[in-house]
Design a protein. Structure first.
Length: 131
């Protein structure tokens, strides 16, 4: 698990500047604070880094999917960029929150691309009303 996080961070470092990378490491790098898991949704596997204490999630494609998407982007000289699909990542995030917090109702409030293909979403959860 730690190897995957380190590999993900190294790949991201090659793809972006240090400012965003510093934010990602400081926010999601401390595994004692971030809950990391694989999440299968709509025939794809996502890596979820959940900072419940901050109501933030970083979501990215699996390493294999990210590599395939990068190869497609390179082969088309940047003409194909299927990683920057915010609705797809937001939908996976909502599905994860529904599964992870069955006693709560959660809503994704906003999202931003950290580095391709890693998205961060801010969410709000509240307890389901008792019937």
């Amino acid at each position: 698990m730690l190897k995957k996080l380190i590999l993900s961070i190294l790949v991201s470092l090659l793809m972006t500047g240090c400012g965003t990378m510093g934010y990602m490491v400081s926010t999601y790098g401390a595994m004692s604070d971030a809950v990391w898991s694989d999440f299968d949704y709509q025939d794809a596997t996502y890596r979820i880094f959940d900072r419940k204490d901050l109501s933030k999630i970083m979501v990215t494609a699996s390493l294999g999917d990210a590599a395939l998407h990068g190869a497609a982007r390179g082969a088309t000289f940047g003409g194909v960029n299927i990683d920057d699909d915010q609705p797809r990542y937001a939908s996976a995030t909502s599905a994860y929150l529904t599964k992870d917090r069955p006693s709560q109702v959660c809503k994704v409030l906003e999202g931003k691309l950290l580095v391709t293909p890693q998205w961060e979403f801010v969410y709000l959860c509240a307890d389901k009303p008792k019937v």
